[in-house]
Design a protein around this ligand. Structure first.
Ligand code: ATP
Ligand code: MG
Length: 347
């Protein structure tokens, strides 16, 4: 560029028809153009430099972002993995708690099955004798007598069938209880459910500890009716609460307080669109600082090996899953009441 300007300058110098003033004016103007060009060139170069630095910076930032994105992706994958591990651990815990409470139930179930089995055995014995008599009467040709005995045999067979079915129901309930997948909701007679699990819990404890005894009170609301629940789940809640109640009255009984009578009361009541199941005991009560923790998983005050501390936390989850509430009132030294409240219109 400078060279070309120089050429123009030389050209002007050689023009004889131009005056010295004109030549000077033209040379000045050209020098101005030259310096403007130099400045423009310098600015252009600076802009180029800035552009190059910005591009480098941008590149670095993109690389950094990419690294961060990868790190976030890795963290996400790790989180997902831990979530899955946690879920698996939780499912396993729930299953082991189920098995533990199945253990609690076994003694009760054995007792419950023993009753219908006794009936089946006794009625079968009697019926066998009756059939012997019937054969004799047939030989004698006493048609009327044969008919009467046949009617007795028929009645006995009906009873055998009834008690056999009852034993079957108990076994079915036991199998449902140990199943991993959660059951289906069905219209359930709450009073019958409460009574069934109360008896299972009671006989279970009696079987383990012959010295154990407690007065059982039941106050069932005739209008409790049927509620849409998963029966074996609500049954577990009732079982957990009653087992806790029996445990605490038993503890207090051991203190040999003058005139102490252990009492556990199970009651139901229908209150507008809710059903309430209350389990009340006159046991040790729960101290304030313990009360805050009882629904936490693994919290237990029982000696090592005696409780998992999962009873109440699982019960809480089950009641919540039914859209209900599990609340507690306790006076330390006086006893405790747990209230299960379930909406009757929950789908
Ligand atoms: N009726 C009650 N009276 C006094 N304390 C209770 C009562 N119910 C629960 N608790 C307290 O709450 C704690 C937690 O109860 P939870 O049923 O969750 O576990 P656990 O009974 O200790 O163990 P598990 O149910 O596995 O046998 C108990 O250890 C006890 O301290
Ligand atoms: Mg418990």
């Amino acid at each position: 560029m400078n060279q070309q300007i120089q050429l123009i300058l030389d050209y002007f110098q050689q023009q004889e028809q131009l005056s010295a003033d004109e030549k000077n004016a033209l040379i000045k103007a050209l020098k101005k153009v030259k310096s403007d060009l130099e400045i423009a060139e310098f600015k252009l170069e600076r802009t180029e430099k800035v552009k190059r630095t910005t591009a480098i910076l941008l590149d670095e930032t993109i690389q950094e972002l990419e690294l961060k994105r990868k790190a976030v992706e890795e963290t996400n994958a790790a989180l997902q993995q831990s979530m899955e591990e946690l879920k698996a651990a939780q499912a396993q815990l729930i299953q082991s708690e189920k098995m533990a409470s199945l253990g609690e139930l076994t003694a009760g179930i054995a007792h419950e099955i023993q009753n219908p089995l006794n009936f089946v055995n006794n009625f079968s014995d009697v019926t066998l004798e009756l059939i012997g008599e019937m054969v004799e009467e047939v030989d004698k040709g006493n048609t009327e007598e044969v008919k009467a005995i046949a009617r007795d045999v028929q009645q006995n067979m009906e009873k055998i069938l009834h008690h056999g079915k009852r034993a079957g129901e108990i076994v079915k309930g036991m199998l449902q209880h140990s199943r991993t997948s959660s059951g289906q909701k069905e219209l359930t007679d709450i009073n019958a459910l409460a009574d069934e699990y109360l008896r299972l819990a009671y006989h279970g404890l009696r079987a383990k500890d012959k010295a154990f005894n407690a007065t059982l009170h039941t106050e069932y609301d005739e209008n409790a009716g049927k509620v849409n629940v998963i029966p074996q789940d609500i049954g577990r809640v009732i079982l957990n609460l009653i087992t806790n109640a029996f445990y605490t009255v038993n503890e207090r009984k051991r203190l040999k307080e003058e005139g102490y009578e252990p009492v556990v009361t199970v009651s139901t009541s229908r209150i507008s669109d809710h059903i309430e199941i209350k389990v009340k005991d006159n046991g040790m009560g729960i101290p304030k600082k313990v009360l805050d923790k009882i629904f936490q998983p693994f919290f237990t005050t029982k000696p090592t090996g005696h409780g998992t501390g999962l009873g109440l936390s699982l019960s809480y989850d089950i009641v919540k899953a039914h859209g209900g509430e599990l609340s507690v009132h306790s006076d330390h030294g006086e006893g405790t009441v747990f209230i299960v409240s379930i909406p009757t219109n929950h789908q």
